[in-house]
Design a binder for this molecule. Structure first.
Ligand SMILES: Nc1ncnc2c1ncn2[C@@H]1O[C@H](COP(=O)(O)OP(=O)(O)O)[C@@H](O)[C@H]1O
Ligand SMILES: [Mg+2]
Length: 293
């Protein structure tokens, strides 16, 4: 009787000690040097061939990278992984995300927050915020509004420009980004589906003198390169999109072939449309519309 009581106490103690051990800060594994391996081991994401090539370019020697992939092929998804990898790998760095509006830049930080919930919480700081992701090593990922002035005061190590081709005032923005990275030898990634030709995104792909391919990594992926199993596109989705855009082949060209194309018969040209976007305006929340109706 006595013996079994002692045994029960011993078992209880063992349980408590195990529970206490699991609460102790665990020694954190550093991420692997290869972002592709990192994506697979940490998030269970197997990179597609074109994503592998992008990861390779990101690890160097390229400091300027432009990504022109069809819609839904994993631009934002994979670049978000690359940014997390960079932040975990390099302490005290500042990574900036810009886009046509703060709303679009914030979608990136939200996506990053979503990915981080899949890993050990000791790797990032909580609570999650909408515009900023902080890491215990001092690295920060921050979403910026499309306003060159807000970038100018910062020193940035990586800049991701999402929906680049849809962002107005591209030259002012790029100028501010260049200065923010002047002392860091930082990496620039512009990702977008094509829109207007009168834009830096187009020139980065087409102007070999100003942006020589030896310095600028250019990646083009059409739906053909990203349909399963080569990428995440469902062949049924591609078929449906083809049907839906039959009346607007220019849209198919831009969104699925990831090629520039402009309907010359359109009343407003694309450059004009982009220049009319006020990036500081945010959508009116639906409840406000209802309240004022
Ligand atoms: N390597 C991958 N493995 C699994 N799913 C992927 C991979 N890359 C992209 N995806 C899927 O494709 C979807 C679309 O990617 P996203 O980055 O949002 O597209 P976009 O190119 O339009 O930015 C993602 O939500 C994700 O589910
Ligand atoms: Mg995207």
């Amino acid at each position: 009787m006595k013996r079994s009581k002692a045994e029960a106490v011993r078992r209880k103690l063992e349980k408590i000690s195990k529970a206490a051990e699991s609460k102790l800060p665990q020694k954190l594994q550093p991420p692997s040097d290869d972002p592709v391996e990192f994506a697979e081991k940490w998030f269970g994401i197997k990179a597609f061939e074109y994503q592998r090539k992008l990861a390779k370019a990101f690890v160097k020697p390229y400091l300027t990278i432009v990504v022109r992939w069809a819609r839904q092929t994993g631009k934002s998804y994979f670049v978000a992984i690359l940014l997390i990898w960079y932040a975990l790998k390099h302490g005290n760095v500042e990574i900036g995300i810009v886009g046509p509006s703060l709303r679009q830049a914030k979608l990136y930080t939200q996506r990053i927050n979503g990915l981080l919930t899949k890993i050990n919480p000791s790797y990032y700081e909580r609570p999650f915020r909408k515009t900023m992701v902080r890491f215990p090593n001092g690295a920060v990922i921050q979403a910026f509004p499309n306003n060159p002035e807000t970038i100018r005061g910062h020193t940035l190590h990586v800049v991701c420009w999402t929906e680049m081709n849809f962002t107005p005032d591209d030259l002012d923005m790029y100028d501010a980004i260049s200065y923010a990275m002047a002392t860091t030898n930082g990496i620039f990634i512009g990702e977008s589906t094509p829109w207007s030709r009168n834009h830096l995104f187009y020139r980065m792909f087409r102007d070999d003198e100003a942006y020589p391919p030896s310095d600028v990594f250019r990646s083009h992926v059409s739906w053909r390169d990203a349909v399963r199993p080569k990428g995440p596109l469902d062949p049924k989705f591609v078929e449906r999109k083809k049907r839906e855009t039959a009346a607007d082949p220019f849209r198919w060209q831009r969104e699925m072939e990831a090629e520039w194309s402009e309907d010359e018969a359109c009343y407003f040209n694309q450059t004009l449309i982009t220049s009319c976007i006020d990036s500081n305006l945010e959508y009116i929340p639906e409840d406000v519309i209802i309240a004022t109706a």
